[in-house]
Write a protein that binds this ligand. Structure first.
Ligand code: MG
Length: 240
């Protein structure tokens, strides 16, 4: 398996586990969750919404952009590149709104919260303050957190529009830590994307990467790599 066990003293552990970094500190003070690909299984929905909007606008799929290149980055960057490349009749703001409204509509209908995530959030919230740091639009974040009663477990929410630079820059995580009033070194981040992992590390935080979007070997930079939410619970909430 590619996952990392929480028992670091276990004999015969795999080499990549041994190299995964130090175990979690006994006194972390906050956990910051990415949203897309961590809370909500939204990357396929974003991709579908992106291409549906393009097709409605008459562009088809030959836009010169690959959606996969933008996983973990903001819609703004995606559409800004599209505008620069194709110079459409619609403004950047109009394109962002079309895509945002489409994503919200699909999310409300399908409620694609990852199985096991609500239980993990509930248990983590009993241990430390939780935050969401997401490259998504604030309206999309609010729509997602309205599902499954999640909103009440998060004390801080920061969206892409509130910081100057998106992931992989550390800005969004540093702002989140500031609002939590917790030093970055006392924060753990849960991420699924490579830019997200890089951003958390650049912020001086420890990061658990879950293999919802990329295979484990592509997330090796993370402090820990896991495949399931139960593994995150064992890592962060194991008895001291
Ligand atoms: Mg993500």
């Amino acid at each position: 398996m590619d996952g990392v066990t929480s028992d670091r003293s276990a004999p015969g552990r795999r080499r990549d586990e041994a190299e995964a970094g130090p175990g979690p500190p006994p006194d972390f003070r906050a956990v910051i969750l990415d949203m897309d690909g961590v809370i909500v299984d939204s990357e396929p929905l974003h991709e579908r919404a992106f291409y549906e909007v393009l097709e409605e606008l008459g562009y088809g799929r030959n836009t010169g952009l690959r959606f996969a290149d933008y996983v973990g980055r903001s819609d703004f960057e995606l559409w800004a590149d599209f505008v620069a490349l194709r110079q459409p009749a619609q403004s950047l703001d109009q394109l962002l709104a079309l895509k945002r409204d489409r994503v919200i509509k699909v999310m409300r209908r399908e409620q694609p919260i990852f199985a096991g995530l609500p239980e993990l959030v509930k248990r983590l919230a009993a241990r430390a303050p939780l935050a969401v740091a997401s490259g998504s639009d604030r309206a999309v974040i609010d729509a997602v957190l309205a599902l499954k009663g999640l909103r009440g477990f998060f004390s801080v929410i920061v969206s892409a529009s509130e910081v100057a630079r998106g992931k992989p820059a550390p800005d969004i995580f540093l702002r989140t830590a500031g609002l939590l009033d917790v030093p970055p070194r006392d924060c753990w981040v849960i991420e699924d994307s490579k830019p997200g992992v890089a951003a958390a590390l650049a912020a001086g935080m420890r990061v658990i990467a879950i293999t919802n979007t990329h295979p484990a070997h592509e997330l090796r930079q993370a402090t820990q790599v896991v495949r399931t939410y139960a593994e995150i619970e064992r890592l962060l909430l194991r008895p001291r």
